[in-house]
Design a binder for this molecule. Structure first.
Ligand code: SF4
Length: 413
């Protein structure tokens, strides 16, 4: 849940300047700017939900209930808690929840959740470690430049004067403490707790990886927390720049199979469109037929290129062994020339630096090195040039359209 300011910037595309950011919102941009746009700029409803996220929510609900009951001096039996979990599962489950991993059904995930709750219960009973201050606590603090960070802490506890930020994770990957030392989310929550509570000098971050029945703890120094704050502020500024420029690239990654906007994404929408067609129409569909033909031709060309290289090699050997410079075919004559040219170190050659210094020393550098317009164009496109230089270069820029098609195996869908 996120709050937005009311400033409207520029015509056309909706550009509400977001003043309040959450760690998950920032992470969404970093993982895929296009998904960020769908969710937070266009505010498109999710087109599907993954069973992993569904399972996470149900386990969170059960653990919240456990500690909520404890606040009222009631300790639910583990079977009651598991019953609650199953009831919530049935109530919330619908057809939009998809299972991405082949070979597993929602029921497998349901059993996983039950196991996590039972494990947690066994490990923490009688649940008297730290006094719960708040559950699903909304926290907020000023980040700088008029931005705020907001989020929800699963459980905030007081353990002998130390504030503990507890977070439940149902991930099937167990990070190391070192990985978690670089985690932004809980570090920001620690800053929020320090901002909200005067006596919160000491804050400990506690992750519960419930699939492994493991608890991981990290404390952050003032310097580390300030570094996280600065790095987060820079991340927010980058996002604001992207919003102003309408620059949201699709960033393909291992997260794509779990993306709720896959049916909209230009990387995957064609697959969804074709999958919806009857089998016969799908085979004939224009895009599919063109890709098939293109792949077929590319294969043939590759085979022919290979054949051509083999024949060329044999022809050169033939000319050499016959001491012939011209070799006569039926309609064509092959003029076989073999050159032995001098060659200086390329850009990636370890000797290149010394070589360039020598050229400069000899006054040859300017005459024999060419401006790399490709690298310059890239730097210009990515806003990597100093502002002043970029402005002065602008009159020289034209747009060149480059069309490329890369083929790959479909099993990477
Ligand atoms: S499917 Fe992948 S690339 Fe497309 S929007 Fe989602 S995360 Fe981004």
């Amino acid at each position: 849940m996120f709050l937005y300011g009311k400033t409207f910037v520029g015509p056309g595309i909706l550009r509400r300047m977001a003043r309040v950011y959450s760690p998950s919102r920032i992470a969404a941009y970093e993982n895929c700017p296009l998904k960020f746009k769908y969710r937070y700029v266009d505010k498109k409803p999710a087109m599907r939900a993954t069973i992993e996220a569904f399972l996470g929510r149900r386990v969170h609900e059960a653990l919240e209930k456990l500690y909520r009951d404890r606040q009222f001096e009631k300790t639910p039996e583990v079977d009651d808690l598991v019953d609650f979990y199953h009831r919530q599962w049935e109530k919330e489950m619908d057809d939009s929840i998809c299972v991405v991993k082949d070979g597993y059904s929602p029921d497998n995930y349901r059993k996983m959740g039950e196991k996590y709750i039972r494990q947690y219960y066994r490990s923490y009973e009688p649940f008297d470690e730290g006094a719960t201050i708040a559950l699903e606590q909304r926290v907020r603090f000023p980040l700088g430049d008029g931005f705020s960070i907001m989020g929800y802490i699963d459980r905030l506890a007081d353990n002998d004067g130390t504030y503990e930020v507890h977070d439940y994770k149902t991930s099937l990957t167990l990070p190391t403490v070192d990985d978690l030392s670089r985690d932004r989310q809980l570090a920001l929550y620690a800053l929020a707790v320090r901002h909200m509570y005067d006596d919160a000098d000491d804050v400990e971050l506690v992750w519960h990886y419930v699939a492994f029945d493991k608890e991981l703890r990290v404390r952050k120094s003032d310097e580390e927390l300030q570094a996280v704050k600065q790095e987060t502020l820079q991340a927010v500024r980058d996002i604001e720049t992207a919003i102003r420029q309408g620059d949201f690239e699709a960033r393909e990654s291992g997260l794509c199979p779990y993306c709720e906007y896959q049916p909209l994404c230009p990387l995957f929408k064609h697959k969804y469109q074709v999958d919806e067609l009857p089998a016969e129409d799908a085979r004939e569909e224009d895009g599919r037929a063109l890709v098939n033909r293109y792949a077929e031709l590319k294969n043939k060309i590759a085979e022919l290129e290979q054949l051509k290289d083999d024949v060329k090699e044999r022809l050169v050997r033939y000319a050499e062994s016959n001491d012939a410079r011209y070799v006569y075919g039926s309609d064509r004559i092959a003029n076989v020339k073999v050159y032995h040219n001098p060659w200086f170190p390329n850009q990636d050659d370890p000797e290149r630096e010394a070589f360039e210094s020598l050229l400069r020393e000899q006054g040859l550098f300017d005459d024999y090195t060419r401006l790399d317009t490709f690298a310059l164009s890239k730097a210009f496109q990515k806003n990597q040039l100093p502002d002043d230089a970029a402005k002065k270069l602008e009159p020289y820029v034209t747009t060149r359209t480059v069309e490329r098609i890369y083929l790959r195996q479909r099993d990477r869908d």
